[in-house]
Design a protein around this ligand. Structure first.
Ligand code: PLP
Length: 398
């Protein structure tokens, strides 16, 4: 056996394969150029054009473009009427922004644990966390797999809660035949370059509720009573600020890029699913690592491909396997540090280990393998070869 690159052997790859990377076409570049030559760099015609195209793709009545995925969550919870003293149920296995959004509005994030095999919010744990103060549930489509929205909807209905999908990973996926973006009362998306569609920074909120969309549009524009187009149409300069709002607008430059990218999402999703199949097949031969389970009746969008290490079969921990993969030039990552374990949450909300034991156990075992539409089959083989080499090196006989 070749020595590991971590121990001075030759790496599987000579250059780093990142865990995610955007795709860009000449058409994307031309679309951006056209906006740069136009009068409208922001609040122009590309914004509603992108919103309408996005609403169509996600089979939603309304789509509201915002400046990033974190803003999308803030706008979504404001739209839902979340305010000081409310509680919002969130999963621990997510990016901190999911829970932070509740805090932005003076609400308290309450953590409910995830399922051990999918790492999706476990509907059975949600009900136990509901109190008279609970106003909303945020489910995260972790790794790109839609959550069990049928079960979550039932709970939300029973307790009159608003169901929000943090779908930042899952654009292009479906649940029970319906597109992501239409599976909850409100859904949020991010267009960061690692995400399924990229505009540099960017985000979107979708909903079927006109009253939510109306609140969200005002909130992204300082809660002003009129926007500048309405003022221009009326030949008036007058507006009033009715509540505290923000500038969360997405520019026309970004919307043009998003519109152009949106057309390619189905092909990219297909490519991600092909890569996942290759990983699945390879992992069948490796006893010390397994993929996350995929639920029935979903199309997984595979923003991430996450494996769980069988630590009982290894003489190394996750951190060492991680370092060994990086040394082979495989750009692995870890998603995520459970949110309730971050110092800010421990200090502010008194959360600690033991609160979400399933997520905490998983955190010790997970690694995200490289996954993006532009990966070649050769790239996938490199990842598999490195993983095989490393797991064989650290294998213990049971
Ligand atoms: C990326 C991401 C966000 C935040 O999106 P930004 O565009 O980076 O602000 C929120 N939630 C999840 C699950 C994400 O992956």
């Amino acid at each position: 056996m070749q020595p590991l690159a971590l121990h001075g052997g030759p790496p599987v790859r000579s250059s780093l394969l990142p865990y995610a990377h955007q795709s860009v076409s000449e058409e994307d570049i031309a679309a951006v150029n056209a906006v740069l030559r136009s009068d409208w760099w922001t609040t122009g015609p590309k914004v509603p054009e992108f919103e309408q195209a996005f609403a169509a793709v996600t089979q939603s009545k309304e789509a509201v473009a915002v400046s990033n995925g974190t803003a999308a969550l803030h706008v979504a919870l404001y739209g839902a009427g979340i305010t000081t003293g409310d509680e919002v149920i969130v999963p621990p296995m997510t990016f901190a922004a999911t829970a932070n959004a509740a805090v932005f509005l003076g609400a308290k994030p309450v953590f409910a644990d995830c399922d051990a095999e999918t790492l999706l919010l476990d509907p059975r744990t949600v009900e136990a966390r509901i109190t008279p103060k609970t106003k909303a549930i945020i489910a995260v489509d972790y790794a790109g797999q839609p959550c069990d929205y049928a079960a979550l909807r039932t709970i939300a209905k029973k307790h009159s809660l608003i169901l929000v999908a943090d779908a930042c990973h899952a654009l292009g996926g479906t649940g029970e035949g319906q597109p992501v973006g239409s599976l909850a009362d409100i859904s949020t998306f991010s267009f960061h370059p690692v995400k399924p569609l990229a505009t540099g920074e960017g985000g979107m909120v979708t909903t079927n509720e006109a009253r939510f969309a109306e609140r969200m549009r005002r909130f992204r524009n300082h809660c002003m009573t009129t926007d500048h187009r309405e003022r221009q149409e009326k030949g008036s300069w007058f507006y009033e600020v009715t509540e505290l709002g923000y500038n969360y607008r997405l520019t026309d430059i970004q919307c043009a890029l998003g519109l152009s990218q949106l057309k390619r999402v189905p092909a990219w999703t297909k490519r991600r699913q092909e890569i996942a199949k290759q990983y699945d097949a390879a992992l069948k031969e490796m006893a010390a690592a397994k993929p996350l389970q995929v639920r029935k009746n979903v199309e997984h969008a595979y923003h991430l491909y996450v494996i769980q290490l069988e630590l009982e079969r290894l003489s190394a921990d996750r951190n060492e396997v991680f370092r060994a993969l990086r040394a082979e030039n495989i750009g692995v990552n870890v998603h995520y540090v459970p949110v309730h374990l971050h110092p800010y949450y421990r200090q502010t909300f008194g959360t600690k280990s033991g609160l979400c034991p399933v997520a905490e156990r998983a955190y010790e075992r997970i690694i995200s393998l490289p996954m993006f539409a532009g990966m070649t089959d050769r790239d996938v083989q490199d990842v598999v070869e490195a993983l095989r080499k490393i797991l064989a090196h650290y294998a213990v006989k049971l």
